[in-house]
Design a binder for this molecule. Structure first.
Ligand code: IDP
Ligand code: MG
Length: 138
């Protein structure tokens, strides 16, 4: 079963969208294989977003993702990575179609509600930041 890491970012948790987002994945036929709420440390945030280090928005991104509680989950199923990315919509909510999470609930690229891994390799790396193997239901 392919797995991907999803985060409901601080804005999504604050807006009360956690249940809505999980329900969308479940209705699609994807399954929740691991789930927790946490407040991310700056060190873990920098590790998660290491590919963006040095970009102009990096410090703002780390500040935002550590600003409040997030919900981390492992979502599994056939083509989970690609399917979750499609259901999220593109990075900039202004480009996101209605029906996607970002297209329905976000306006700004800096506060775009949700994270999903962009490849199976990224998913494997990111899942390890948030979950130990025994926390993931197979
Ligand atoms: P993704 O979340 O769709 O995978 P990435 O390019 O990996 O997008 O960027 C990570 C996060 O960094 C985005 O979700 C967004 O919140 C933020 N971000 C990306 N590009 C910009 C930008 O140009 N300005 C401000 N924030 C950005
Ligand atoms: Mg990304």
């Amino acid at each position: 079963m392919e797995k991907t890491l999803v985060l409901v970012k601080p804005d999504g948790v604050a807006k009360g969208l956690t249940g809505e987002i999980i329900a969308r994945f479940e209705r699609r036929g994807l399954t929740v294989a691991a789930l927790k709420m946490l407040k991310l440390s700056p060190a873990k945030a920098e590790s998660h977003y290491a590919e963006h280090k040095g970009k102009p928005f990096f410090d703002q991104l780390v500040a935002f993702i550590t600003s409040g509680p997030i919900v981390a989950m492992v979502i599994g199923g056939e083509n989970a990575v690609k399917t979750v990315r499609a259901m999220m919509g593109p990075t900039n909510p202004a480009d996101a179609a209605p029906g996607t999470v970002r297209g329905d609930f976000a306006l700004s690229i800096g506060q775009n509600i949700i994270h999903g891994s962009d490849s199976p390799a990224s998913a494997a790396r990111e899942i390890e930041i948030y979950f130990t193997p025994d926390e993931i239901v197979q």
